[in-house]
Ligand binder design. Structure first.
Ligand code: ADP
Ligand code: MG
Length: 339
């Protein structure tokens, strides 16, 4: 009887892996913007066309890559961010899995231009469906300029599965909002079909919130600060009367990474108990800083779900911090301050 198991060719393995990392244009936006943040950029530009279906481009002024690193960056499990198992438990970067660029290049036409500060020239690399088409020197400013064209051009089933431009653009805006909120000290801009959507200069968090959500937010923010050995909480919560009937403006960042966490969301909501109109949801942008060794962010490929070693304590501290900031701002003089 003949043996029937064979190793998948690399492009096919990459395409399968891409299914986990790259669901839609917004996934590409997230990965490229996170890479730009990790590269120590101070200015990050996002350009999209057709809601990212035909073009997603991220231009940064970060550390750039050498010609060899430029090629390596598209290999699967290739990363400059971790080296050992110990590193995995003290992650300080947004990325570390080394699979985003490999996955993206498997399902799109990619042009990378990148130049390190100390180098005279940059590198231009063209990859389509995991295949390197061309690599050559190029004159360019310091930093990295990555174009992702025609996402899923070689996976028609996935391309057909994409939603309308309006829906896909909404997802892109969500990612852009999360990353620009969590790094107010960096400048961000967004262009959609050649029109400027956002131009966000480096700012304080409160100014960034107003720049993204609008002037009406200015008077509605209560500062939230709490410092404990387990977790440092900072950010802003919206005044109760500013709460909205729809969700979508609730943001948790753990060590500057956007996360979803129903349990911590509950901690915030109970802090508002009795203050909110029925069926309405408060605005909040809360940053939790924890020892990287006390969380596990390797739970899911997109890293939006994480595990806390001591979830109960974090819950109690978040709830107390929010209560206090609402009380301190004289919204509810009768609030109790226990915990
Ligand atoms: P990860 O971010 O998990 O390391 P990626 O596939 O996203 O994996 O990127 C692979 C590597 O390419 C990174 O570790 C980094 O060294 C390099 N890289 C990617 N994007 C940039 C960028 N914008 N600037 C500088 N280096 C980058
Ligand atoms: Mg990355």
């Amino acid at each position: 009887m003949p043996d029937i198991i064979n190793l998948l060719p690399e492009y096919l393995a990459n395409q399968i892996a891409a299914g986990e990392v790259v669901q839609r244009p917004a996934s590409v936006v997230k990965e490229l913007m996170e890479n730009a943040v990790d590269a120590g950029s101070t200015n990050i530009q996002l350009i999209v066309k057709e809601a990212g279906k035909t073009l997603i481009q991220v231009v940064d002024n970060g550390i750039g890559m050498s010609p060899t690193d430029a090629r390596m960056s598209f290999e699967r499990h290739a990363t400059s961010k971790i080296k050992s198992t110990e590193d995995l438990f003290r992650i300080r970067t947004m990325g570390f899995r080394g699979e985003a660029l490999a996955s993206i290049a498997a399902v799109a036409q990619v042009e990378l231009k990148t130049k390190r500060r100390e180098a005279d020239t940059g590198t231009r690399l063209v990859i389509e469906g995991s295949e390197v088409i061309n690599q050559e020197p190029v004159a360019m400013p310091d930093g990295t300029n990555l174009c992702v064209k025609n996402l899923f051009f070689n996976v028609p089933a996935r391309r057909n599965f994409l939603k309308s431009n309006a829906v896909e653009m909404r997802h892109i805006l969500d990612e852009f909002t999360r990353i620009s909120l969590s790094h107010p000290d960096m400048a961000f801009s967004l262009y959609q079909n050649d029109l400027e959507v956002f131009q966000l200069p480096a700012a304080k968090l409160s100014q960034r919130i107003v720049a993204i959500f609008g002037k009406s937010y200015k008077e509605q923010l209560a500062a939230c600060e709490e410092n404990t050995p387990t977790v440092k909480v900072s950010g802003y919560v919206g005044k109760p009367e500013f709460a909205k009937k729809s969700r979508g403006e609730q943001f948790f960042f753990v060590n500057n990474r956007y996360i979803r966490n129903a349990y911590l969301n509950h901690a915030v909501l109970t802090a508002y108990e009795g203050l909110l109109p029925k069926d309405s949801f408060p605005f909040y942008v809360l940053f939790l800083q924890l020892d990287p060794e006390s969380i596990d962010i390797n739970v899911h490929p997109t890293k939006t779900e994480i595990k806390f070693d001591d979830e109960k304590t974090v819950y109690a501290i978040v709830r107390a911090a929010v209560k206090q900031s609402l009380g301190l701002n004289n919204i509810a003089p009768s609030l109790d301050f226990e915990g």
